[in-house]
Design a binder for this molecule. Structure first.
Ligand SMILES: Cc1ncc(COP(=O)(O)O)c(C=O)c1O
Length: 369
């Protein structure tokens, strides 16, 4: 039997390896010119205004909340269908996550249910483009605007996805991306934050590096830098080594995205009529990043076992995060979340999957369970 087909198999391109090698030789490893170059490259490639490169997607979420003034006493309406970093960032900002329900049969927030969860304490909506599929950003942006709330997009899994032709992360007041090892673009670990408001951006710029306004620093004759610190910042900046990796990986990004989209179309066509399996809905007007291919299946444990026996890895990759004791346990008032959590499972779909492997995945599912 050939090796099992893994869900993820990240590869580093030769171009990226060469970039990293050059960075190592330069002796400049912390934040330097490559971080600025990577920010400019992200801005150009994805139409992102005011990009801040950071050391994780979690840092991007935390800084987004801080820069938009979310703090103690505030509520942030978000989703339980995510990685736990999403609601943890809300807690770290001192605010309270409030979980809203999902769209019917899908992994993304239902804007109508988000509207029902708003209270006078709500300060922001934090929506996740789960698996790389954009949320209904038109409805969420309109809801946020009409109620005077901030909209934050957790686009950790969705670099390259668009909604109505515009990149995710640019529809809200803030967009957070992750470049963690298995994400659509990797810097090993890393992230980026996009902020619409120039003042919020400036604040996040200071907060990513101890509260220091690096661009405004003045050095004295002793070589010491002087920076007035007015707010307790964090060590959230990206370093040049990670930026070098990101710049190299960016070169192959468009081809990788196109490959994932074409596999996604193939899987959807081939699996549409499989008994006991349902595809998740697609958002009208959106083009996804196709990072995870999640389906809903009956008798999920049997499904996972059958696929494993045929050499295909399948996993319920993100379980509902509200189930953690930290968040009070799985909420009973999220029926669609419960139904999704009970049936969802991800199949291997990645740009490093060749045609034979993709055919093996499809055969393994169609053989039944
Ligand atoms: C939806 C979501 N949000 C946030 C994060 C956090 O990103 P990072 O691991 O880069 O901190 C991740 C992934 O890890 C994620 O999947």
């Amino acid at each position: 039997m050939p090796d099992a087909i893994a869900l993820f198999d990240p590869r580093v391109s030769d171009a990226a390896r060469a970039r990293v090698d050059a960075c190592l030789r330069s002796g400049r490893l912390s934040e330097g010119p490559l971080v600025a170059e990577f920010e400019a490259a992200l801005a150009a490639a994805f139409g992102l205004p005011r990009v801040l490169a950071l050391n994780s997607g979690t840092a991007a979420l935390h800084l987004a909340l801080l820069a938009l003034g979310v703090g103690p006493g505030d509520e942030v309406v978000t989703t339980a269908q995510t990685f736990v970093a999403t609601p943890l960032a809300v807690l770290h900002a001192g605010a309270t996550p409030v979980f809203a329900d999902l769209e019917e049969g899908g992994p993304n927030l239902d804007p109508a249910d988000v509207a029902r969860r708003l209270t006078p304490r709500t300060k922001a909506i934090l929506a996740v483009h789960y698996g790389g599929e954009p949320c209904d950003l038109g409805a969420l942006a309109e809801l946020a605007r009409s109620r005077g709330l901030a909209l934050i997009e957790d686009a950790a899994q969705a670099l390259g996805a668009t909604y109505r032709g515009r990149g995710v992360g640019t529809w809200g007041d803030a967009g957070a991306f992750s470049f963690q090892a298995i994400k659509p673009l990797t810097t090993g670990d890393g992230g980026a934050l996009v902020l619409r408001d120039p003042e919020a951006h400036r604040r996040a710029y200071r907060l990513r590096w101890f509260g220091i306004d690096r661009a405004g620093r003045v050095a004295d004759e002793l070589g010491a830098g002087h920076w007035p610190i007015t707010e307790a910042g964090h060590k959230y900046h990206m370093n040049d080594l990670a930026a070098a990796l990101g710049l190299g990986q960016l070169e192959g990004f468009a081809a990788a995205l196109a490959r994932r989209r074409s596999l996604d179309a193939l899987y959807r066509a081939e699996l549409a009529a499989v008994p006991g399996l349902r595809l998740t809905p697609r958002t009208p007007g959106a083009e996804g990043a196709c990072w995870l291919f999640t389906v809903l299946v009956e008798r999920r444990t049997d499904f996972a076992r059958a696929l494993r026996s045929r050499g295909v890895e399948a996993a319920a990759w993100h379980r509902r995060v509200d189930a953690h004791p930290l968040f009070g346990g799985a909420r009973a008032d999220l029926p669609r979340q419960a139904a999704f959590d009970a049936a969802q499972i991800a199949l291997p779909l990645r740009d490093t999957l060749d045609d034979d492997a993709a055919a093996r995945v499809l055969r393994a599912v169609k053989a039944g369970w």
